[in-house]
Write a protein that binds this ligand. Structure first.
Ligand code: SF4
Length: 703
């Protein structure tokens, strides 16, 4: 039996889950992954978390789509998902690739020709490679003729990116995670790295052991609190009050870095005037943190030799997400805690390639490398490179596209590897919108909740079944290598995108994936110096890497910021309350997020044997005092309702959230919590307010 489990090949690749970008090796026998081992990559040095190590056998799951599917005539799009592969053929019939592609692409082409490109939209994927993201956005822009292309960055860090582009001219991190080992003070705000970036959390813990002081700022207490020097559990939705109070202390006690402000920034006077009203004494009752603790943390951050801020979606997923990030940027700028090792700003990117997909232009207002579509010079460059004419109007974002379907403006969509029926806010509305499309093409590896609403489903390849580049949260471009073949008639995504492009009249015929990467290098200065050969030999290269032979720059903004005049900009922020506050009818607060064992909408990890065995059921994390008040015992069913819907889950006693706030992971199709969330958007990043909406909870219900 031991001999049977000896791999016949080992393939070096990267983890398909989070943005940490751990390098791993697939051990394969007879086209099956036996086990996974960590490699000595720059981000993980051999470490893997439970998802990276055990979350691989989804690729072999019997639910895999192996043939193109076409919705049967007259079969209604009910919006109700059935997780039963035996019933797939009640709704869909199997088809040849020729028939499916002709119907999928041909119908989109007819909509374009009849109603114009603005009647179409596409969602690409942060789980696909850079090359897939690049070709997908190119297809939408040149084949559909619209900028209506987006992906899940809109749901995670769009507000952070909006503030970073505005303030410092670049949406990516200034320093890698590993710089926590060089920091004296580490601030983690609105993030739970132990759960969402587990290997990054291990480096934070190592840094604390080496003497760094960890400051946690979060309404929810995370496992990292055990390692924290101070843990400030401020009231939900009061980020700007707390951060402005910290800045007030730094200004009033003259702890600012005057030389840095004078030589490298603009707009400080407005910022200083704005924070004058936010004294710790005035903000303490609002944010729930006493004034002396606010003063202590402000002094510590400002006066250390190196302070680094890492943040997550607790900052970004608010209607004031951009304001939250503006405050973090201002903190770093006013103290000069940026531009050196062991300092800086690090928005922890979620998916394994959300950084790369955004870099590659999978966003409606930007061409690749964040070149604005409404900038004539940028457009001209891509028109020449792609031999086409581009739409100058920025496209619609994820939630705006759903609203545009309601309005009859968008009639057809192509969705590759995303699951908006689970991930969008107000998911009942999102499902109704998807069902209302005249034509929906979904390219995926499973019959997801979104694919269930499709007209045509194109069976695609799982992560270990293809080769491509992936960019982690540190701006490291890494090579993922094909380890196994796709099952049945499933095809590689790059092939499918090109076939769809041909149906839309684009004569694409890229050979090896490196040909796409080479085209990207020619149009994206930031990665212009990264050759495929170097990726093959080194496995990972950090950008900016402008010319061949450049080492790449792990720490940026050392001398200048990529903004006008080379200076960063302070942008003041004031308190804006959440869109939907608790009231008599809906008296509690819902916070959504992820679990360690499951990934986003669960389509992969809930089909990974070990991970689903660890967390098999939909749960809500409820404070014990709330359980007592509700008359509910741990393990009982509870019904959670908002103004938009209700779900039933199992209650789990958990005091990490404050009394009155319930945390629910969004990975469970049986209790899709995004049926309840609020689609109100941050006006700049257009990100929904996943971290706060009003709910009521009652005992009982059927899970
Ligand atoms: Fe994968 Fe992230 Fe875990 Fe690393 S930390 S193994 S990249 S999920």
């Amino acid at each position: 039996e031991v001999a049977l489990n000896i791999p016949d090949k080992q393939v070096d690749s990267v983890c398909p889950y989070c943005g940490v970008g751990c390098q791993l090796t697939y051990n394969v026998k007879d086209n099956k992954i036996l086990y996974v081992e960590g490699r000595d990559g720059p981000a993980n040095h051999g470490r893997l978390c439970v998802k990276g190590r055990y979350g691989f056998d989804y690729a072999h799951h019997p639910h895999r789509l192996t043939k193109p599917l076409i919705r049967r005539a007259g079969m209604p799009k009910t919006g109700e998902f059935v997780m039963d592969p035996d019933r797939v053929l009640e709704v869909f019939r199997e088809a040849t690739w020729e028939e499916a592609l002709a119907l999928a692409g041909g119908t989109l082409a007819r909509i374009r020709d009849t109603h114009g490109g603005a009647a179409l939209a596409g969602f690409g994927s942060a789980k696909g490679s850079n090359e897939e993201a690049y070709l997908f956005q190119k297809l939408v822009r040149t084949g559909f003729g619209t900028n209506n292309v987006d992906h899940c960055t809109r749901l995670c860090h769009a507000s952070s990116v909006s503030a970073l582009l505005e303030g410092i001219g670049s949406g990516a991190v200034s320093n890698p995670v590993m710089d926590v080992m060089r920091a004296e003070v580490i601030v983690v705000i609105g993030a739970n790295p132990t759960v969402n970036h587990p290997v990054a959390a291990t480096w934070i813990k190592n840094a604390v052991k080496e003497g760094a002081k960890l400051i946690l700022l979060d309404p929810r207490r995370s496992e990292l609190a055990r390692h924290a020097h101070r843990s400030l559990q401020f009231k939900p939705d009061t980020d700007v009050a707390l951060l402005n109070a910290l800045m007030h202390v730094i200004v009033s006690e003259r702890l600012v870095d005057e030389a840095f402000i004078a030589s490298r920034t603009i707009g400080y006077a407005e910022l200083e005037a704005n924070v004058a009203e936010y004294s710790p004494e005035a903000m303490a009752p609002i944010c729930g943190i006493d004034a002396e603790t606010i003063r202590y943390v402000a002094r510590l951050y400002a006066t250390s030799k190196g302070s680094m801020i890492l943040w997550g979606m607790g900052i970004s997923q608010h209607i004031h997400g951009t304001d939250n990030a503006r405050c973090l940027i201002a903190l770093a700028l006013m103290t000069g805690q940026i531009g050196r090792p062991g300092t800086g700003l690090h928005p922890l990117r979620g998916q394994n390639n959300v950084q790369g997909a955004s870099d590659a232009g999978l966003i409606p207002m930007m061409l690749p490398d964040y070149q604005r579509v409404d900038n004539p010079a940028a457009r001209a460059k891509f028109e020449a490179a792609w031999n086409t004419t581009l739409d100058p109007k920025p496209g619609l974002t994820v939630v705006e596209i759903m609203d545009a379907i309601d309005a009859g403006q968008i009639r057809g969509m192509y969705i590759m590897g995303e699951n908006p029926a689970m991930s969008d806010p107000d998911a009942n509305h999102a499902r109704a919108a998807l069902a209302a499309l005249k034509h929906l093409v979904v390219q995926d590896i499973f019959l997801t909740e979104t694919a269930y609403l499709a007209d045509v489903i194109l069976p695609a390849s799982a992560f270990p079944e293809k080769t491509g580049t992936f960019t982690n949260t540190d701006r490291l471009v890494q090579l993922g290598r094909q380890a196994i073949d796709p099952p049945g008639e499933a095809k590689q995504d790059l092939w499918i995108i090109q076939q769809m492009a041909q149906q839309l009249g684009l004569p694409w015929n890229y050979g090896h994936v490196s040909e796409v990467f080479d085209e990207m290098r020619r149009t994206m200065a930031s990665i212009g110096g990264i050759t495929w050969e170097r990726l093959e030999s080194e496995g990972a290269v950090v950008y900016p890497c402008v010319a061949e032979g450049d080492a790449g720059e792990p720490v940026v903004f050392t001398d200048t910021f990529p903004r006008e005049g080379g200076r960063a900009r302070f942008v003041p922020a004031d308190i804006i309350p959440a869109d939907e506050r608790p009231d008599a009818e809906y008296p509690m607060v819902l916070i959504t997020g992820r679990q360690l064992e499951h990934w986003h909408t669960g389509s992969m990890t809930r089909r990974a044997t070990v991970l689903d065995a660890l967390e098999p059921d939909p749960v809500a994390l409820v404070h014990p005092l709330d359980l007592e008040r509700l008359g509910v015992k741990p393990g009982d069913a509870i019904t959670i309702a908002s103004r938009r819907g209700e779900v039933v889950l199992w209650a789990r006693a958990d005091d990490s959230s404050p009394v009155g706030a319930i945390f629910v992971p969004f990975c469970y199709y049986e209790a899709a919590i995004n049926r309840l969330t609020n689609a109100a958007l941050d006006p700049f990043g257009k990100i929904p307010e996943f971290k706060y909406c009003a709910i009521k909870v009652t005992s009982g219900g059927e899970v």
